[in-house]
Design a protein around this ligand. Structure first.
Ligand SMILES: [Zn+2]
Ligand SMILES: [Zn+2]
Length: 392
């Protein structure tokens, strides 16, 4: 039972077990390789699809850091490879109709697998297309920037609006720490912020278990917590792109995906800190501005949520407040990993911040500490106090 707790992340693919939570869990990803030099594993991961054609997708930036090497390795191993380069120059690729449509149009008959070389948009677009074509994809990560490598949702933009339709999980994930070390610093900080957010995600889950009787899997909590501990212990190596620190960050981002996939519940990955981030992002999109990186927003929201737990400690169920580190501890952790620590630092204005405390609870239909505050008549006073503390 729960033998997954004794596995390294690279051993977890296809794990299946009866869990102490009473459910049977299985993890359908076939291959994970997170290590220095992991790109060398690409031909082995793709081997079951050698009879068909491979489409390898990258943009100007990811071609330089990993795409050229990926194509070379696959061709040397005898694969039938077609390349698709999005000539983005210094621009960012958007996962919209143009990008998704182009991938589909470049797919020849007999394509058995698509290799996505890139994080974010390339991963999301390829994930979406392959889910609809019912063929697998493999992702070569180029930045430890988000926790979407192992997730079945594919955020895409349709007619200018963002959606997160259900897609499917990747067949395999390559996380080569030498490649991740070439990522821009703001993407590394964003990934770290997203991981820091799991602190309050786990506390929110605990609150919901106690207040609403929601299901929880302790094995998945342990898996997530261990990955966080490992990542936080090496966080000071992130600003100097230390290989061990980047590997631990990539592992933590992947592990929350593993935990989610095991139980089909997003609780290990997101709580109230994500509600704030979604609220701020919707505001940016509505005003036609580019949102901040998801993880940077999640990161600065995390000490805010910890402060909400502090302010409610007199009425919280027993043990919940104690699970949450103090806002100061979380800000120190963010700073150690090189990430911003407060909403004003990333340009969240006073009014938007107050609105988000009042309204973020309704961004997703799920129980959160904001609902707990509202149900207990404390939300408005908390919004006023937090705003005062952060903006004076
Ligand atoms: Zn996230
Ligand atoms: Zn379980």
């Amino acid at each position: 039972m729960d033998e997954i707790l004794d596995m390294t992340i690279n051993e977890m693919p296809l794990a299946e077990f009866d869990c102490s939570c009473g459910r049977h869990h299985s993890f359908p990803v076939h291959d994970i390789s997170i290590r220095k030099g992991a790109i060398e594993d690409l031909p082995r991961v793709c081997a079951p699809f050698k009879d068909g054609k491979l489409l390898v997708v990258f943009d100007s930036n990811t071609y330089e850091v990993a795409g050229r090497k990926a194509v070379e390795l696959l061709k040397d191993a005898g694969f039938d490879v077609k390349e698709l380069l999005f000539e983005t120059g210094k621009d960012i690729l958007i996962p919209d109709e143009r990008t998704v449509g182009r991938i589909l149009l470049e797919c020849e008959l007999g394509t058995s697998l698509i290799v996505a070389v890139g994080s974010g948009s390339i991963n999301d677009s390829v994930k979406f297309v392959t889910s609809r074509m019912k063929i697998p994809y493999v992702v070569v990560g180029t930045a430890p920037s988000m926790d979407g490598y192992v997730s079945d949702g594919a955020p895409v933009i349709i007619a200018g609006r963002k959606y997160s339709p259900l897609a499917h999980l990747t067949y395999g994930l390559i996380g080569d720490t030498d490649i991740l070390a070439t990522a821009p610093q703001d993407l590394i900080s964003a990934g770290f912020g997203d991981v820091v957010g799991k602190i309050t995600a786990l506390v929110d889950w605990d609150l919901s278990v106690k207040v609403t009787g929601e299901y929880r899997c302790d094995t998945c909590c342990t898996l997530t917590q261990r990955a966080l501990d490992k990542c936080f212990a090496t966080a000071d190596g992130l600003p100097r792109r230390d290989g061990e620190a980047l590997g631990a960050l990539m592992e933590a981002l992947t592990m929350t995906g593993v935990a989610m996939a095991l139980i089909n519940v997003s609780r290990p990955a997101s709580g109230t800190e994500h509600l704030f981030s979604h609220f701020w992002e919707m505001d940016s999109i509505a005003r036609g501005e580019n949102p901040h990186h998801h993880g940077l927003q999640v990161g600065v929201a995390t000490p805010v949520v910890a402060r909400i737990y502090q302010l409610l400690s007199d009425i919280l169920p027993e043990g919940t407040a104690e699970m949450c580190p103090s806002p100061d501890e979380i800000r120190a952790l963010l700073a150690c990993g090189g990430a911003p620590t407060t909403p004003p630092e990333i340009g969240i204005g006073r009014e938007l911040f107050h609105d988000s405390v009042m309204g973020a609870a309704d961004v997703r239909p799920r129980y959160s500490v904001l609902r707990f505050a509202r149900d207990n008549g404390r939300l408005e006073s908390i919004a006023d106090q937090l705003t005062q503390e952060l903006y004076g």
